[in-house]
Design a protein around this ligand. Structure first.
Ligand code: PLP
Length: 360
């Protein structure tokens, strides 16, 4: 069996030991005589899987007791609508910071539910930086302030937490949640799809401060009402059981690695390997301001775009796949999530060096 180094932005690489465990437990989970996929979500086996996953996630992120952890469906794109439905709480505007493709999508969707104040934007320089907080024009009467804390396509990451005073801060953390410790108390709500850095597609994580729920707009579908879901332990509808199970295995894997501080240390080292090489010469270009670069998603370009196809073909021949950049920005992108071993990044850099030597 030959496993590739998978640099996909998502769905993405998962830890091999997690996949092996899921395979070993496929036909008979812990003597139950059935697969997790076949279990009733209300049976004691699955209820224990669900509770343990929540407990492990709370431990990893040190989630304070006054926050609810919800395991939902619909992905971050559904959250773009569900957040305003729940968090406006009678107000009619929200502040959004526009740092790229995912922020733009959030803004467009929110406009269906409220008036959107774009408090800051980096569109003027093609989303290559995060506007510093001094430049933000926040409004006091906003229901919340929304950021995308890691722009998966553009490769920008907040390495600081905005201060929004009494107005709750909401973050789409889809592509870097669990890549580093987070001070959850600084946020009103954190959300993210699991398929980037956590587990299979189909599971959406929401972590929300409990005083912010229970005031959803009257038209909010019950399955999208955080309060109703919190009261039902995320089981108002049938939850994505298998995705929760695999995410739970990933949480255990993270704990066994030493938790998020250790994972962050490794992620810093992996990203440094790649960015240091990109900055070494000028055969490859890294478009993002160094201080705002993402540790998870590293977009880069070949100065000579005519070589793009050959670069990708050679990478595939070396067992490295999914390096093509998002269609909206072109070039290349290496997503180096938690489960990407340092060896994969070293091999990528070695291949880039070899390619540059041949064509530079
Ligand atoms: C992938 C991604 C999304 C979209 O997630 P879906 O699960 O497809 O809804 C939204 N925001 C960010 C930052 C992403 O990386």
């Amino acid at each position: 069996m030959a496993r590739v180094f998978n640099f996909s932005a998502g769905p993405a690489v998962l830890p091999e030991t997690v996949l092996q465990q899921a395979a070993a437990e496929m036909l008979d989970w812990h003597g139950s005589g059935m697969s997790v996929m076949e279990m009733s979500h209300r049976g004691k086996e699955f209820v224990s899987i669900h509770a343990e996953a929540e407990q492990d996630l709370r431990e990893l992120l040190a989630v304070p007791a006054n926050y609810k952890v919800l395991f939902l469906q619909g992905g971050a794109i559904a959250e773009n609508a569900i957040v305003p439905m729940n968090l406006l709480r009678g107000r009619n505007s929200a502040d959004y910071v526009n740092t790229g493709e995912w922020s733009k999508k959030s803004i467009k969707e929110a406009k269906k539910y409220c008036s959107v104040n774009v408090a800051a934007s980096s569109e003027d320089r093609k989303f290559t930086y995060i506007p510093p907080q001094q430049s933000w024009k926040l409004s006091a009467d906003a229901g919340y302030v929304h950021i995308c804390s890691n722009e998966t396509i553009g490769g920008l990451e907040y390495h600081w937490v905005p201060d929004t005073g009494a107005v709750p801060l909401v973050a789409d953390m889809s592509s870097h949640l669990l890549s580093r410790p987070v001070d959850v108390a600084r946020y009103g709500l954190i959300y993210g799809g699991a398929q980037k850095n956590i587990g299979p597609a189909g599971l959406t994580l929401v972590i929300v401060r409990d005083d912010l729920i229970g005031q959803a707009a009257a038209f909010t579908p019950s399955a999208f009402d955080y309060k109703q879901q919190a009261d039902a332990d995320s089981m108002l509808n049938t939850p994505p059981t298998y995705a929760i199970y695999v995410a739970g295995l990933v949480f255990k894997w993270l704990k066994a690695q030493g938790g998020l501080a250790e994972i962050e240390r490794r992620n810093i080292a992996k990203a440094k390997l790649l960015y240091d090489y990109l900055d070494e010469g000028n055969f490859f270009l890294s478009p993002v301001e160094p201080r705002d670069r993402s540790r998870m998603n590293v977009p880069f370009k070949l100065r000579n775009e005519a070589l793009d196809e050959e670069f990708l073909k050679g990478a595939r021949a070396h067992g490295m796949v999914q390096l093509k950049g998002h269609r909206s920005v072109g070039g290349m992108r290496a997503s180096i999530y938690n489960a990407m071993p340092v060896d994969g990044v070293q091999q990528l850099v070695a291949y880039m060096r070899e390619f540059e030597n041949k064509h530079g």
